[in-house]
Design a protein around this ligand. Sequence first.
Ligand SMILES: Nc1ncnc2c1ncn2[C@@H]1O[C@H](COP(=O)(O)OP(=O)(O)OP(=O)(O)O)[C@@H](O)[C@H]1O
Length: 405
Amino acid sequence: MIEYDRILVRYGELSTKGNNRKVFVRRLEKSVRQLLKDMPEVHISAERDRMFITLNGADYAVIMERLHLIFGIQSYSPVIKVERDIEAIKMMAVALFKRHFTEGKTFKVRTKRADKTFPFDTNDVNLMVGDAIFDAYNDDVEVSMRQPDIEITVEIRQEAAYLSSETVMGQGGMPVSSAGKAMLMLSGGIDSPVAGYLAMKRGVEIEAVHFYSPPYTSERAKQKAIDLTQKLTRYTGDIKIHLVPFTKIQETIKQRIPEGYIMTSTRRFMMRITDELRRQHGGLAIVNGESLGQVASQTMMSMLAINDVTSTPIIRPLITMDKNDIIKIAEEIDTFELSIQPFEDCCTIFTPKQPKTQPRLDKVERFESNVDFDTLIAEALANVETVVVSIESNTGADDAFEGLL
Ligand SMILES: Nc1ncnc2c1ncn2[C@@H]1O[C@H](COP(=O)(O)OP(=O)(O)OP(=O)(O)O)[C@@H](O)[C@H]1O
């Protein structure tokens, strides 16, 4: 049976990014190199609009599985390289087809001609290759343009033609850290890990910030935030998490701020501290899991009052999403089960039964001005614990991202 000799990787959106493309392609190449570091036989060559991973005996299925985790890849196919000769193409297409064909399966040929000097156009190649397959089976096979069981792709480039019968969709998005760094406000809930994933997918490098309030919240609640961070490392490698002790600030808020404004004020302090950590660690933005109208803190009035503490850009990837869609992504990235584990969260413990859904900025500012919060903020910042969370060891790619960020 014929065997694939390389994997062809398509960048998609990347290829349209003008002058930045070179930088993006280089980053993507670096991600792939790191991910396949334990396979020294593999050869990677990143060209302008395609990347080729030559197997040299490596198992293509293992590589295909890992590529699925890399942002910036639109799709990829295991391919066989053949001469730019229509007879050679036809022969290989038939061989590939035979590899997959069982009775009743339909097919389609899809050609892409990157090199326009090739004497036949896309349609000609589709027809000629299709005819070769019909001939090989005495016309006893059927074409289906809409939903073929077997799709033979032929990509004709300057140096050769590449044939495949499998195309897998990648994650899409932009390569890791091509957009700079942001701080992810990570609670133990469903939403913030999804927000982090979506930001990472657009090339944002994430450092997580988690607020915890012992003894009101337990070690296990803190561990949950670390475990959620670990789930995200699968896509980028190591992620730092800053664990901020928040007890004193929350107790002070509870004593000194009128009940209806406790939640607004709590969020404002979280944001101020996150912003300071951002400044210290060279971040450019803050990412959170807010989604419009989900809970009291997420009305527009509330956001206005909370957001007022900083002019730093706040990225809210979930802002217009429905809960069901957020949950779907949480399931896909395997954070959902962890998120729904019932460990206490610092906010829910102190949150009054009826927080103001339309808090007024002038009021919350007045309430806060009566208390010396600056000292408490400095104290919390001085006691931040930073942990580097590493990629899970069962992905088969441990350490693969080392040095990537
Ligand atoms: N303990 C925390 N540490 C860090 N960030 C937090 C914490 N609690 C809340 N946040 C941030 O504030 C956002 C809004 O939180 P809130 O609890 O109002 O909403 P949520 O829909 O329950 O969010 P989540 O599901 O992420 O907990 C969160 O998505 C997160 O970004």
